[in-house]
Design a protein around this ligand. Structure first.
Ligand code: G
Ligand code: MN
Length: 266
C-alpha cells in the first residue's frame, strides 16, 4: 500500500509526457552592467488536470527515482532548443540555460546526446549553458570526464545553488565550470546583513579570479540589484527582473524591461 501514491505518480507522469501536460517557462537573466537580456533559464511546469500546477521540486526527484528523468530531460531540451530557434527567427538573440539532473550525468554518452540534439535542431552548442546541482549521492567531482566532454563541445556549465549543500571550493578548482550561480539564501538578506554582503562579495571575487561568470539568483528588491551592481556581479535573475515567462510573453517583457531599467539603476 505504502508505495501506491508513487505508482500513481509514475502512471500519471507517463501520461503527462505523452499527452502534453508538461510545458516549459523561461526566466530571463540580465547583465548587471547594462540591463541587457543575456540568457533564459528553462523551467518545466506540469499542469496536472486534477491537482493544477505541480512544482518541479515535487516531481523531478520522483522522476529520477523511477527512471523517467531521461525522457523528461530529452523532451524539455528539445522543446527549449526549438523555442530558441523560434526566438532567433523573431530577431531575439539570446542564450538558454537548462537544468540537468545529476542522475543524467552518470551516463558517459550524455554529452553526445545533448550535442546531437543541438545539431538536429540547428542550435550552436555555444548558446547552451547547463545548470548543475550537486546530487545527494553523486558528488559532481566524480563526473569530471562527462563535464569535460561538454566543455570540449562548446557547451557552458553553471554550478547552481552555489554555497549550499555539498558544493565546495574544490569543485570550482577542479571542474570545468563557466558560471557560478550564488544561492538565493545569500541574496535574500542583502544589503542589510553584513555577513551576507561579505559572503556574496567573496563569491563574486572568487568567480572572477577563476575566470567564471558570477550570477545572483533570487533577486527580489531594487536594493539587492543596486548592491550587486556595486560589487561587480555580472548577471542577475529573480522576480524583480521577471517571473518565469511563457514563451510568447518574452517580446513584451523585453520592451517593458528596457523602460524599467533606468529607474532600477538610478
Ligand atoms: O535554483 P534554480 O535557479 O534552478 O531555481 C529556479 C527556481 O527558482 C524556479 O522554480 C523559480 O520559479 C524560482 N525563482 C526564480 N526567481 C526567484 C525569486 O526571485 N525568488 C524566489 N523565491 N524564487 C525564485
Ligand atoms: Mn537552475
Amino acid at each position: 500500500m505504502s508505495n501506491r501514491p508513487e505508482r500513481t505518480f509514475v502512471e500519471g507522469f507517463g501520461r503527462a509526457l505523452a499527452q502534453g501536460e508538461l510545458h516549459m517557462v523561461y526566466q530571463p537573466k540580465i547583465r548587471l552592467d547594462c540591463g541587457a537580456l543575456t540568457r533564459l533559464e528553462a523551467l518545466v511546469r506540469w499542469d496536472e488536470p486534477e491537482l493544477g500546477p505541480v512544482e518541479p521540486s515535487r516531481f523531478v526527484p520522483l522522476a529520477e527515482k523511477h527512471g523517467l528523468i531521461g525522457p523528461l530531460t530529452e523532451w524539455g531540451l528539445r522543446r527549449t532548443l526549438n523555442q530558441w530557434r523560434a526566438w532567433r527567427d523573431q530577431g531575439l538573440d539570446t542564450n538558454v540555460a537548462f537544468n540537468i539532473s545529476a542522475v543524467s550525468l552518470q551516463r558517459l554518452d550524455f554529452p553526445d546526446l545533448v550535442e546531437r540534439i543541438c545539431n538536429e535542431l540547428d542550435v550552436p552548442t555555444e548558446r547552451l549553458v547547463l545548470e548543475l546541482t550537486e546530487g545527494a549521492t553523486q558528488p559532481l567531482i566524480k563526473l569530471m570526464d562527462t563535464l569535460t566532454r561538454f566543455r570540449i563541445k562548446g557547451i557552458g556549465l553553471a554550478i547552481d545553488d552555489f554555497g549550499t549543500g555539498y558544493s565546495s571550493l574544490l569543485q570550482l578548482r577542479q571542474l570545468p565550470f563557466t558560471e557560478v550561480k550564488i544561492d538565493r539564501q545569500f541574496i535574500r538578506d542583502l544589503p542589510d546583513a553584513h555577513d551576507c554582503c561579505v559572503i556574496v562579495r567573496s563569491i563574486v571575487d572568487l568567480a572572477h579570479g577563476l575566470g567564471l561568470t558570477a550570477t545572483a539568483e533570487g533577486v527580489e528588491t531594487v536594493e539587492q540589484l543596486r548592491y550587486l551592481r556595486t560589487i561587480g556581479c555580472d548577471v542577475a535573475q529573480g522576480y524583480l527582473i521577471a517571473r518565469p515567462l511563457e514563451a510568447d510573453a518574452l517580446a513584451g517583457w523585453t520592451a517593458e524591461f528596457d523602460q524599467r531599467w533606468p529607474e532600477l539603476t538610478s
